[in-house]
Design a protein around this ligand. Structure first.
Ligand SMILES: NC(=O)c1ccc[n+]([C@@H]2O[C@H](COP(=O)([O-])OP(=O)(O)OC[C@H]3O[C@@H](n4cnc5c(N)ncnc54)[C@H](O)[C@@H]3O)[C@@H](O)[C@H]2O)c1
Length: 343
């Protein structure tokens, strides 16, 4: 039975709060919610009986709390995860794990030293279309996967008040690759394994919302097994665009392909047997993926199962995202083996 505190009641904090309400109360209790802007936590707590507002420090010293759910801005993840681990709390932390490799290694190490589990919110692993795609690829239905194209984007994630525009600061959010495309980087690793080299470029399309940072990126990953993956990430769509956030992917194998586009009326298509084509299309539906990832973390704690994705998986995705930032900055190919991180 987990007693949980949710820290950070902004955009993702609300999504997680809603996810707990969808899960009912089996195997856990959401005891506290917390935000430095207390009114945000107060307002959210009014929507659910029994959930109390508390300070981060008080939460750390409450012996009953066994799990923290960290939904604070990325630049806060390291200190909060370490503080929680040192007080013996398991931690589910939103992605990206942190902003630096060294910090991520430290987080993983300190969680291990304190015998607590660390999960990272790479939620595409729980989106039904991504799960279905992985099942198809692993079954061999499209042959050997050899290349893929992925897209994820929408408007700039502006936060109010304007002084809270932390996504604009690359030192605080890591930029569009580290913050957004990291989902597709993690997804690519599930499909193709380990990355050999990276070429990336970044551009700025919106000067109003994002004056200091890049808001549009393309990343080309070359994998050790020869596969290539092209990942596009956008924070640059016009604010008034009617469609909002979009995700898509195309996975090409030696015997077929999978095509998914969140904006098409039939979102998911499978093409197999290239010479005598077979075709199926469907709308893959499922449970709220945020509820599923949290449920899976709680289940792993209650039943001593492996955490997936864990801190190390978060760290591996971050390495690639940071290598892509380096490639974009220096306008050159970056090889994973040239990066030495202090572990
Ligand atoms: N998995 C996903 O799909 C997804 C989507 C968006 C954001 N994220 C990630 O979630 C994290 C949070 O992003 P967001 O969009 O919710 O940001 P946000 O700015 O909307 O919310 C962050 C909240 O944390 C609070 N906060 C800041 N410092 C705090 C502290 N020390 N103690 C308590 N509260 C504190 C802020 O007041 C704010 O309410 C980021 O790491 C982001 O990359 C994940």
């Amino acid at each position: 039975m987990q007693k949980i505190a949710l820290v950070g009641c902004g955009m993702m904090g609300k999504v997680h709060f809603n996810a707990y309400s969808l899960l009912g109360k089996s195997g856990f209790e959401l005891k506290y919610i917390s935000d430095v802007i207390e009114e945000r936590a107060e307002k959210l707590s009014e929507t659910s009986a029994g959930v109390r507002v508390a300070d981060f420090e008080d939460i750390l010293y409450d012996e009953e709390i066994t799990m923290l759910d960290i939904c604070t801005p990325t630049y806060e993840h390291k200190d909060m995860v370490i503080a929680a681990a040192e007080r013996g709390k398991n931690v589910f932390c939103e992605k990206p794990i942190a902003l630096k490799i060294e910090d991520s290694y430290e987080m993983v190490k300190i969680c291990k030293m304190n015998g607590v589990k660390l999960g990272i919110g790479h939620v595409t692993r729980y989106f039904p279309e991504y799960v279905k795609n992985l099942e198809i690829v692993k079954s061999g239905e499209i042959g050997k996967p050899v290349m893929a194209r992925m897209y994820r984007g929408g408007v700039f994630p502006l936060r109010r008040p304007e002084s809270d525009n932390w996504f604009n600061d690359v030192e605080k959010s890591g930029g569009v690759i580290v913050d957004l495309s990291i989902h597709d980087i993690d997804f690519s690793r599930q499909l193709f394994g380990e990355v050999k080299s990276i070429d990336a470029r970044s551009a700025k399309l919106s000067y109003k919302n994002c004056p200091e940072n890049f808001d549009h990126s393309m990343v080309l990953l070359r994998f050790k097994d020869g596969a290539i993956v092209h990942i596009e990430g956008a924070w640059s769509q016009p604010t008034a665009i009617p469609t909002g956030f979009k995700t898509s992917f195309e996975i090409y194998g030696t015997k077929g392909m999978v095509d998914y586009d969140s904006e098409k009326s039939t979102t998911f298509k499978l093409y197999t047997s290239v010479d005598s084509p077979e075709y199926s299309s469907m709308n893959v539906t499922g449970v709220n993926p945020y509820a599923l990832e949290i449920e899976s973390f709680i289940d792993a704690l209650n039943n001593n199962k492996e955490i997936m994705p864990n801190g190390t998986e978060g760290l591996e995705a971050l390495k690639i995202a940071l290598a892509a930032n380096l490639s974009a900055r220096e306008q050159r190919t970056v090889y994973m083996k040239e990066l030495s991180f202090n572990d």
